[in-house]
Design a protein around this ligand. Structure first.
Ligand code: NAP
Length: 319
């Protein structure tokens, strides 16, 4: 385990960091931390109003507020057209990108259909939208790696739920253009988070100049941990009970549900920690602990198939 705290953050002055879902939860805390160390941060969020509130609160919280360093890009990751628009916008606004943090994510208990593009919602938001963003930004990321100091990173948030809930096949490709009602919400979430881990490995193989990491933050009290409250009464009661016990356990024995401030360290470490301590393509549990994923997370054949499937879908979306 790596000891990583605020004083471990190196000089990041001038680094350009893009964070999807930076308006709340872990993304917000990561944005705050990197901004307060003088990086420039752009948050990619779907809800403009909520994001302006986050921008105002981030500006107020950093000791030397400088609006040049903080930006918002509208981006709904569940809609390919919105991701394309967001990528075009950021490519016009910045000359380089040092860190792309694919942080946004959903665990959706509402069970209300597929996305506008026709995909299962978790796969669309958590994996496919991010894959498109990465694809469209890769030329600038690679250029930044060549032209600058060379330390360019893609940090993708995943989840250890993969180890418990992923379907036994890993990813059920045949049904990704359905609601996948045959799977539970937890299984659909874990399937998309497995895709995050496998995709990072594929990126690392194809883009050796970039450092690509898959990060599990731990169990953290954020909007996503209350996702069950949008579901049935049973889901609601179970979520409230589980979270209360998990928060109590964290306080009593240091294992359970952390606050976002405590939970964001693994992704901040991935963004700015010592590169020599990290392996591109690896999956890390908090903080900096590698090698904990189940066999599915290392299934090279499944990773290759995911890459091919994803490329096919991204191509279709461009037509
Ligand atoms: N909290 C945990 O215990 C935990 C554990 C393992 C992994 N993770 C992962 O950590 C990451 C951050 O989650 P969190 O815990 O900080 O949850 P959160 O507080 O619910 O934040 C999720 C973020 O994702 C954004 N988002 C959701 N759907 C989006 C869409 N279609 N387009 C653009 N942005 C969208 C949300 O924006 P809106 O405000 O617009 O909804 C929000 O900013 C996720 O990838 C999650 O899977 C969390």
């Amino acid at each position: 385990m790596v000891q990583f705290e605020d004083s471990s953050i190196p000089n990041v002055t001038g680094k350009i960091v893009l964070i999807t879902g930076g308006n709340t939860g872990l993304g917000y805390i990561a944005a705050l931390s990197l901004l307060s160390h003088d990086a420039s941060v752009y948050i990619f969020c779907r809800n403009a109003e909520k994001s302006q509130l986050a921008i105002a609160s981030l500006s107020k919280a950093i000791s030397n507020p400088n609006t040049q360093k903080l930006g918002f890009v509208q981006c709904d990751l569940s809609a390919m057209a919105s991701v394309r628009k967001a990528a075009t916008e950021i490519l016009q606004r910045v000359k380089r990108i040092d860190i792309l943090m694919c942080n946004a994510g959903i665990m959706d208990f509402s069970n209300d259909g597929v996305t506008a593009d026709g995909y299962e919602k978790h796969m669309a938001t958590n994996h496919l939208g991010h894959a498109l963003l990465v694809k469209l930004l890769t030329p600038m990321l690679e250029e930044s790696a060549r032209g600058g100091e060379g330390d360019v990173r893609i940090v993708v948030l995943t989840s250890a739920t993969v180890n418990f809930f992923a379907p036994k096949e890993g990813i059920i490709f045949e049904n990704l253009k359905t609601e996948q009602k045959e799977l539970s919400v937890e299984q659909r979430y874990a399937q998309s988070k497995l895709a995050n881990i496998l995709y990072v490995k594929e990126l690392a193989k194809r883009y050796p100049k970039l450092l690509c990491l898959a990060i599990h933050p731990g169990l953290v009290e954020t909007g996503i941990s209350y996702g069950g409250c949008q579901g049935s009464w049973g889901d609601y009661l179970w979520t409230m009970f589980f979270n209360s016990v998990a928060k109590f356990c964290w306080k009593v024995c240091g294992a359970g549900m952390k606050s976002p401030e405590e939970g964001a360290w693994n992704q901040i470490w991935g963004c700015v920690g010592n590169r020599e301590e990290m392996k591109s393509g690896e999956y890390y549990e908090p903080v900096g602990v590698e090698g904990k994923g189940v066999a599915l997370t290392r299934d090279a054949g499944l990773g290759e198939r995911l890459w091919e499937w994803t490329e096919g879908q991204l191509k279709l979306s461009a037509e």
